[in-house]
Design a protein around this ligand. Structure first.
Ligand code: NDP
Length: 248
């Protein structure tokens, strides 16, 4: 028996990194998984094959989370394929870092549209099926920098802080309909991307974390399972920091 047996989940941005770990963990817990990606065709196909190899039900969709109409089309296609949407994980995200002095309008717009507007787009798109079913769990992937801010990431921190305000508002609007909405704020999570960074720099980051290690995508995925499952049936409007104690 899995914690997510019988649930259909949409996970945005799952071709790699944290989203991929969420898709793998959701399948292991019995969910049916619809995941999206922007351009990584091959990685998405490989993931679809991996998720379905042991009898799991999963499908990858190429869908730009920053586009309102694309989100609606995705929700329609997932309803057609799987007949329900019980869980939405707004995970797709990008960075376009730079000090404010040098940050241009395009860097600002791309980050806000991909990270924050996407959450609006997808949440709007899944509302009808969730309202009809009188249940649902929406999980927004924020970041510790959305809580604390970060020099060189004004656009990213604003998008992630925006997600937290959005999360609390959705929770208040939809609680009476048994639709929950929570955020996760990961700290420093070690992925393929961070594996390419200078080891001494990364070790310095680890040393500053109370738990003395970076997080793993699985650490974030396990928290996502909790919020997606009925174990968190009375939890809504919350932000869970998955950061090894970085933010206390
Ligand atoms: P990655 O860069 O490894 O993966 C990002 C994923 O999002 C990819 O699957 C990518 O698809 C997809 N994506 C990007 N833009 C779009 C779009 N417009 N529409 C649909 N999909 C898109 O990210 P991480 O795994 O590191 O991060 C995942 C989330 O966690 C992000 O929201 C990030 O901000 C957040 N986070 C990450 C932390 C970390 O330390 N890694 C810390 C705190 C928060 P494709 O491969 O096709 O480009």
């Amino acid at each position: 028996m899995g914690l997510l047996d019988g649930k259909v989940a949409i996970i945005t941005g799952a071709s790699r990194g944290i989203g991929k770990a969420i898709a793998e963990t959701f399948i292991a817990q019995g969910a049916t998984v619809a995941f999206t990606y922007l351009s990584s065709e091959e990685k998405a196909k490989a993931l679809e094959n991996e998720l379905t190899a042991n009898g799991g039900t999963a499908k990858g969709f190429k869908s730009n989370a920053a586009e309102f109409d694309a989100a609606q089309k995705l929700a329609d296609e997932v309803m057609e394929a799987f007949g329900a949407i019980d869980v939405l994980v707004n995970n797709a995200g990008i960075t376009r870092d730079g000090l404010l002095m040098r940050m241009n309008e395009q860097q600002w717009d791309e980050v806000i549209n991909t990270n924050l507007k996407s959450a609006f787009n997808l949440t709007k798109a899944v509302l009808r099926p969730m309202l009809k079913a009188r249940k649902g769990s929406i999980i927004n992937m924020s970041s510790v920098v959305g809580v604390s801010g970060n020099a060189g990431q004004a656009n990213y921190a604003a998008s992630k802080a925006g997600m937290i305000g959005f999360t609390k508002s959705v929770a208040q609007e939809l609680g009476s309909r048994n639709i929950r909405c929570n955020a996760i704020a990961p700290g420093f999570i070690e992925t393929e991307m961070t594996a390419e960074l200078d080891e001494a720099v990364v070790q310095g980051w680890r040393d500053n974390i109370p738990m003395k290690r970076g997080g793993t995508p699985a650490d974030v995925a396990n928290t996502t399972v909790f919020l997606a499952s009925d174990l968190s049936a009375y939890v809504t409007g919350q932000t869970i920091n998955v950061c090894g104690g970085m933010l206390c």
